[in-house]
Design a binder for this molecule. Structure first.
Ligand code: KG4
Ligand code: ZN
Length: 359
């Protein structure tokens, strides 16, 4: 059985064909980084326009690369939310049109459920068992959510961010320090060159639900750190570098980043990692989790992966491969399989829902 997945919730137009819930036959991602990079973040109007341009060729190449034709598909899964409404609309409308023309069942998928299924998909293809209840931490540019996941894929929200998402904090710090957008991958590359002990950040103290997250205090602490220093020279050098090379290499960044700034980046990243790991350990204990799933763009973070391994937690902590951590459509197709089996289909009334929740 083959399902075509379509994803357009933010700044990536993606399509993929997945077979039997375990084999990724194709996965195509058209990134809009070059469009949004110069604005320091995603510009919603530009994103929808880029999706419009990309959706037809991206879907076509995913179907072709899978060695399939539209007739071979058993269903079409599409992200219906949460995300930018104009971006979502492009994917949802195109999926409806395809489903109508090819007479295929249509399945609307929650983007967050998709991120969780990136790990489920890879576990299945690697023959690895996921024990339930599982704890899922979805950490991306838009979300920092902890869920309990039952064997039947029912979700219970255990905690979420009260302000910025973890990825958003990486992006804001990156922007503040002149590293362009998105900040996460650059900070991840540079953090190993800094000494996190040189800058002290305190961990967030949560009133109410201790499993909630807050990253705005950390962001403000970084802002204060920059205000207390004379950074104009290095900022100008980094901005000039970005104008010359839209995506500089690690060594190019290192050449324009003094040790004190590298120390700051290391301390910032370590604090985020500590915040995430603390909540994982606490909530996994609370629900007696048999497996922990970490997914979303921030799950690419090498420091986080290393720290999760070094913590020697008494349950497996599973991360998707980097290509399936950030937004992609294989995860959307994977989540659509589960809905297919349950007979949860959508009709042409399927809407794009910017604030769709999972639990
Ligand atoms: O899942 P994703 O592609 O899109 C959303 O659903 O938001 O996540 C993008 C986010 C961005 O904030 C980006 O900075 C962050 O993931 N990110 C990272 C890394 N790679 C991407 N953050 C930290 N370390 C990374 N290596
Ligand atoms: Zn995402």
């Amino acid at each position: 059985m083959k399902i075509l997945g379509i994803e357009s919730s933010c700044d990536e137009t993606a399509a993929a064909v997945v077979e039997d819930e375990s084999r990724v036959l194709s996965t195509v991602v058209a990134s809009q980084l070059d469009t949004h990079g110069k604005y320091g973040g995603v510009v919603p109007e530009l994103a929808s326009r880029e999706h419009l341009r990309a959706v037809v060729p991206v879907v076509r190449s995913a179907v072709e690369q899978a060695g399939a034709a539209l007739e071979d598909l058993d269903a079409i899964g599409v992200t219906s939310g949460p995300g930018l409404v104009g971006s979502l609309l492009v994917g949802v409308t195109y999926a409806k049109a395809l489903a109508f023309v090819a007479r295929k069942p249509l399945i609307g998928v929650n983007h967050i459920e998709g991120h969780i299924h990136a790990v489920v998909l890879e576990a299945r293809s690697g023959g690895q068992e996921i024990g339930y209840p599982a704890l899922a931490l979805v950490v991306s540019g838009g979300h920092t959510h902890l869920f309990e996941v039952s064997e039947r894929f029912e979700y219970r929200l255990l905690g979420k961010t009260r302000d910025d998402a973890a990825g958003e904090a990486f992006d804001k710090v990156g922007k503040l320090l002149g590293f362009g957008y998105p900040g996460g991958p650059v900070i991840d590359q540079l953090a190993p060159y800094g000494d996190p002990r040189k800058v002290r950040f305190s961990l967030a103290r949560m009133k109410g639900n201790p499993l909630d997250f807050s990253f705005s205090g950390l962001k403000t602490a970084v802002l204060r750190w920059t205000e207390a220093r004379e950074l104009d020279g290095e900022l100008a050098e980094r901005r000039a570098l970005l104008r010359r090379t839209p995506r500089p290499t690690r060594d190019q960044w290192l050449a324009v980043t003094p040790q004190s700034t590298l120390d700051l980046l290391a301390a910032f990243q370590q604090t985020v990692i500590e915040e995430l790991l603390r909540r994982i350990e606490r909530s996994a204990g609370d629900i007696d989790a048999q497996t922990v799933i970490v997914s979303g763009g921030v799950a690419c973070n090498a420091g986080l992966r290393k720290a999760a391994q070094a913590a020697r937690l008494p349950y497996p902590v599973l991360f998707p491969t980097p290509g399936l951590s950030t937004d992609n459509a294989a995860m959307i197709a994977a989540a659509a399989f589960r809905k297919f089996r349950r007979g949860e289909f959508d009709d042409f009334a399927l809407r794009a829902q910017a604030n769709l929740t999972l639990a």
